[in-house]
Ligand binder design. Structure first.
Ligand code: KPL
Length: 306
């Protein structure tokens, strides 16, 4: 091991990545979190993984980043918290590497591209409680661009050594767009239908809308000159199958009364389409529907007696 890693955010993805690193490095995983109760739970009892990976590993959680506490910071927070997490990561790493594995797009303003790597994951994981993550779908992690990872080969060895299916690509943008297309399809639909990801395979009507959503996202990507690494429709089917038992992060957010990442997923596709003079009516509509759901379920509008 040639460096220290800290993870900003101890949710589903952070908890899973912490496991890979802690298994291979043989040290407690280090997290930076926002809530004191979460920090106490994670530091006191470690992180437990359930489901397809059953393990408990030791961890240390900090409420504030200490300057230079790590060489690499992995940001695994909600898209709308990336800005704040990035500032914490800058402080924690000094001049080190920052890896962003958050869903969605549109939070890149202020990101120093020379020292930042994006990670695209299609693992299906659910945060059950503070320090408890259920893994319901195995997947992979794609990191790039490769040039920013020079000198950080130890990080890849550490992730792979713990069992993470990780690989590096020269250009990560096509993978980010492919994942965006999949999130734009699975996440709002499962949130509206209150169903597991496999509803996309089992309901022909859901599948038709999901494919339409992914097609619109690929049209926007193409207009931006991005060539998807594979056909979004077949990838959509594969992810829905592999993570079939998972509840998408958007459904989990709504059920927990949290804001969703819709602005950075379908909202981003719809905004980009408009900017480029294209139409994305399905993304626009699902964006509005999930915003309305947030207003009803998170803000309580239209609930109870007037
Ligand atoms: O990324 C996901 C999410 O829920 O946000 C998928 C891959 C759809 C797994 O549920």
């Amino acid at each position: 091991m040639k460096g220290r890693v800290c993870i900003v955010g101890a949710g589903a993805m952070g908890g899973l990545l912490g496991y890979f690193l802690s298994v291979s490095i043989g040290e407690p995983a280090r997290f930076i979190v926002r809530r004191r109760s979460q920090a106490e739970r994670v530091s006191g009892e470690g992180v437990e993984l359930r489901g397809l990976i059953e393990a408990r590993y030791p961890a240390e959680a900090y409420l504030e980043p200490r300057p230079g506490m790590c060489d690499v910071a992995i940001i695994a927070v909600k898209a709308y918290d990336v800005g704040e997490a990035y500032r914490a990561a800058l402080k924690a790493t000094g001049g080190g590497l920052i890896v962003i594995v958050s869903n969605g797009m549109g939070y890149e303003a202020g990101v120093d591209r020379a020292r930042t790597v994006f990670g695209v994951s299609d693992y299906g994981a659910t945060r059950v409680a503070d320090g408890v993550v259920e893994v319901r779908g195995l997947g992979s992690l794609v990191l790039g661009p490769s040039r920013s990872l020079e000198g950080y080969e130890w990080l890849l060895d550490a992730l792979a050594g713990g069992g993470c299916d990780v690989r590096v690509v020269d250009d990560v943008e096509p993978y980010r767009w492919l994942k965006l297309a999949i999130n734009a399809s699975i996440n709002p639909l499962t949130a509206l239908l209150r169903s597991r990801n496999r509803v996309i395979l089992e309901s022909p009507h859901a599948k038709e809308i999901a494919e339409g959503l992914a097609r619109e996202a690929s049209t926007v990507a193409e207009a931006r000159g991005v060539v998807m690494p594979r056909d979004p429709a077949s990838y959509l089917e594969e992810v829905a199958r592999r993570t079939g038992d998972n509840y998408s992060s958007m459904l989990q957010d709504l059920l927990a009364g949290r804001r969703t990442e819709i602005d950075y997923i379908n909202g981003y596709v719809a905004r980009e389409a408009k900017r480029l003079g294209l139409e994305a009516p399905l993304n626009e509509t699902l964006y509005l529907l999930v915003k309305a759901l947030e207003e009803a379920m998170v803000r309580g509008l239209g609930q109870g007696n007037s």
